[in-house]
Design a protein around this ligand. Structure first.
Ligand code: JB2
Length: 206
């Protein structure tokens, strides 16, 4: 990983990204956000410099999208051509066989077991566990304290709220949102809003 990384976004998620980078021994090059109200303010001791337009692409310097919303990360990743850093907190346990795509962040206490694959710009949040042979698409967010059993598949942009559980081999469709504490016991379609125990489709997400 680059030893100096630019963080894009300056909200709550960026705060945890900055803390994770620091714990991993990586210097924060700059924090950028398009909200002018934040410019000049400080996030964990780092100044929020200004808008993304001021970004000077520097191949020697990596960047990470510190924004929790999956669709926003996707649109920024498509627009910006940067060297994306993959960031893993030193207390996370990621088996060496695991593949993490560029821009993916793995927060403190997370565990990812053998032969799992995570795409680009994913979030494996604090204390989440992802067991063996899972396949997680690009721009997913596995919320804090989620537990995915072996062989679970998450489509692109899927979002699992805090404490979601998924039994083995279940498939969750692209851009589907599972509400906090949902227990996934069967396959779920794409673009669905899902919640409950067991998790059921309660609406659509476009
Ligand atoms: O297109 C953008 C853009 N869209 C939003 N470009 C740039 N440069 N910045 C953008 N932002 C910025 O992301 C907003 O101006 C804002 O500063 C930040 C989002 O901050 P917020 O605190 O609203 O959300 P978050 O994504 O940092 O955190 C959410 O997701 C996390 C995973 C919260 O729900 C957290 O509680 C959660 N842990």
């Amino acid at each position: 990983m680059a030893q100096r990384v630019v963080v894009i976004g300056a909200g709550g998620h960026a705060k945890v990204v900055v803390a994770t980078l620091r714990a991993a021994g990586v210097e924060i090059g700059a924090i950028l956000d398009d909200d002018s109200a934040k410019w000049g303010r400080d996030l964990l001791g780092v100044r929020i410099e200004g808008p993304l337009a001021g970004l000077q692409p520097d191949v020697a310097q990596g960047a990470v999208l510190g924004i929790g919303d999956n669709a926003t990360r996707q649109s920024l990743a498509q627009r910006l051509r940067l060297e994306w850093a993959t960031v893993v907190h030193p207390t996370a346990l990621v088996h060496p066989s695991v593949r993490l795509g560029p821009g993916t962040v793995v927060f403190a206490g997370a565990v990812i077991q053998p032969d799992t694959v995570v795409g680009t710009h994913g979030i494996i949040n604090t204390g989440a566990t992802v067991d063996h042979d899972c396949v997680l698409g690009d721009f997913v967010h596995v919320g804090p304290g989620c537990h995915l059993s072996g062989g679970v598949t998450l489509g692109e942009g899927a979002f699992l709220g805090i404490g979601t559980v998924a039994i083995p081999q279940t498939r969750i469709g692209a851009w589907t949102v599972v509400g906090a504490g949902g227990v996934v016991v069967s396959d779920l379609p794409a673009h669905a809003l899902v919640r409950g125990v067991p998790a059921r489709v309660v609406g659509e997400r476009r």
